[in-house]
Design a protein around this ligand. Structure first.
Ligand SMILES: Nc1nc2[nH]c(O)nc2c(=O)[nH]1
Length: 464
């Protein structure tokens, strides 16, 4: 399907995720070029010039929006299996010094392909590792998004505080502060497109309080605001980070971010797990978004974000798979279920409904990325980013509520995934890249990263 064709999707259940929560048991969506031109119940008038797709047995939702990822981490999956965040990072940092243009392209293509196969049409990639001889790794992420057809928010990350200055990363992995700022501005110059239908936008993303200096945080915020781009960083992920911020800055992570000018409607934060009621209120009052990463937070035993409280305060909350080294699955559809389950473990059975979980993965994510007027819901005039899920197979047939089938069941197979009117997945297969070749390139690139010992597999625990 090309972006100029008129496509009529008929006979499907539709969850529009618009502000009124409009749903149709059976309806149609018409796409023209890169936009939705009709969403309505029942059958449309027959149009012989259009491609008509019989989507009966399917649920149409907005294409999913991934608000936090580290695509390069596809190269280092399955490591540090029993480690919490700081030990996990300490083990993985040395491996990441081997990143280069070629292996980043292989990892990012595979990561985005996996996201597409799980219903994702827009992805934010927080890329914060720029080895001295790695070449144009940011260019590789952009090239991968172009290949797969994913709308990309490239977060040009940075770290300038190595161990010599009290930070966590090794010196070999940090940039000089001015180089990091210059590299970030260069990424904005090269790749940022402010147009409403942009395929690529750039955000400014110094990594985390324990890997970045105050100066880089402050000057990154100034740079982003001068250039009119968004800001993103890791914050309030673990109790270790919380105590480290208190010890070092006499501030909680959110107080520290506030003092540095890092809260506002142009900021979204990854994780937001350890938030006091005052911090939740402050995030909501400032319009600061949170990328909730439930699987990664469970994998690293970081805790569970207070999503119920954030939503009650009307904060913007989206979903993120996080890097594949802390979420080897790498699919976004499954995070809908995971978000619902962990919210209920934390706050009870009322904590998150299926529809709220779908909202996080779509409209909430679009709000985090500042694109709520362009995408995140199926509405006339919005970009035609659509996921058409097959919910009549063994995994879902018989569940009368299709949104419950999507959220409570296994992530359903995709009949179609459309980004800006262009098909990325059809009948469960990628249409833009050859899956076998992507997997072969990934395997070859990952081989160079294989640990020389069974690092992090804790043989004693495995044998016990
Ligand atoms: N889950 C993750 N948290 C992080 N903090 C940090 O500084 N880097 C990371 C990361 O890669 N994943």
């Amino acid at each position: 399907m090309t972006a100029t064709a008129r496509v009529v999707l008929t006979g499907a259940a539709i969850a529009t995720v618009d502000a009124a929560g409009t749903e149709y048991d059976e309806g149609h969506v018409i796409v023209e070029g890169d936009r939705v031109v009709a969403v309505a119940p029942g059958e449309p008038e027959f149009d012989p010039s259009a491609r008509t797709v019989d989507a009966s047995g399917c649920l149409i939702t907005p294409g999913l929006v991934n608000t936090h990822h580290h695509l390069y981490q596809w190269l280092t999956r399955g490591r540090a299996q029993q480690s919490p965040l700081f030990d996990w990072l300490t083990e993985l940092y040395p491996a990441w010094t081997a990143l280069d243009e070629e292996n980043t392209l292989a990892a990012a293509t595979a990561g985005l392909a996996q996201l597409a196969l799980s219903g994702c049409t827009t992805a934010a990639d927080h890329h914060y590792v720029f080895p001295r001889h790695g070449g144009d790794v940011a260019g590789s992420v952009v090239a991968a998004a172009d290949r797969v057809g994913t709308r990309l928010h490239l977060v040009r990350g940075s770290m300038d505080r190595g161990r010599a200055h009290g930070g966590l990363p090794p010196e070999s992995l940090v940039e000089d502060t001015d180089e990091a700022l210059a590299g970030t501005e260069a990424a904005i110059d090269r790749f940022h497109d402010p147009a409403p239908n942009a395929a690529v936008r750039v955000a400014v993303g110094p990594c985390s309080p324990f890997s970045v200096s105050d100066r880089l945080m402050r000057e990154s915020a100034s740079l982003a605001r001068r250039r009119g781009v968004r800001l993103h960083t890791h914050l309030a992920e673990t109790t270790e980070e919380h105590h480290r911020c208190l010890a070092e800055f006499a501030r909680t992570p959110v107080e520290y971010a506030d003092e540095l000018g890092w809260l506002g409607p142009d900021v979204w934060l990854a994780h937001g797990v350890h938030l006091s009621p005052a911090a939740v209120a402050r995030l909501a009052a400032t319009g600061t978004g949170v990328a909730h990463c439930p699987s990664s937070n469970a994998r690293l035993a970081a805790g569970t974000a207070p999503v119920r409280d954030l939503l009650a305060a009307d904060a913007s909350v989206g979903l993120g798979v996080d890097g594949a080294a802390s979420n080897e699955h790498g699919g976004l559809g499954d995070e809908i279920r995971q978000a619902m389950l962990v919210a209920r473990l934390r706050d009870g059975a009322q904590a998150l409904t299926a529809r709220e979980a779908l909202w996080l993965a779509t409209a909430g994510g679009a709000r985090c990325l500042g694109r709520q007027h362009e995408l995140g819901s199926v509405e006339v005039g919005k970009l035609a980013d659509l996921a058409v899920w097959r919910v009549d197979g063994i995994g879902h047939a018989g569940i009368a509520d299709p949104v419950a089938a999507l959220a409570f069941g296994a992530s359903p197979p995709l009949e179609l995934l459309i980004q800006g009117g262009r098909t990325l997945v059809e009948a469960g297969e990628l249409t833009t890249v050859p899956a076998g070749e992507v997997a072969r390139d990934l395997a070859a690139a990952s081989a160079a990263f294989a640990p020389t010992s069974a690092t992090g597999t804790a043989p004693k625990e495995v044998l016990r």
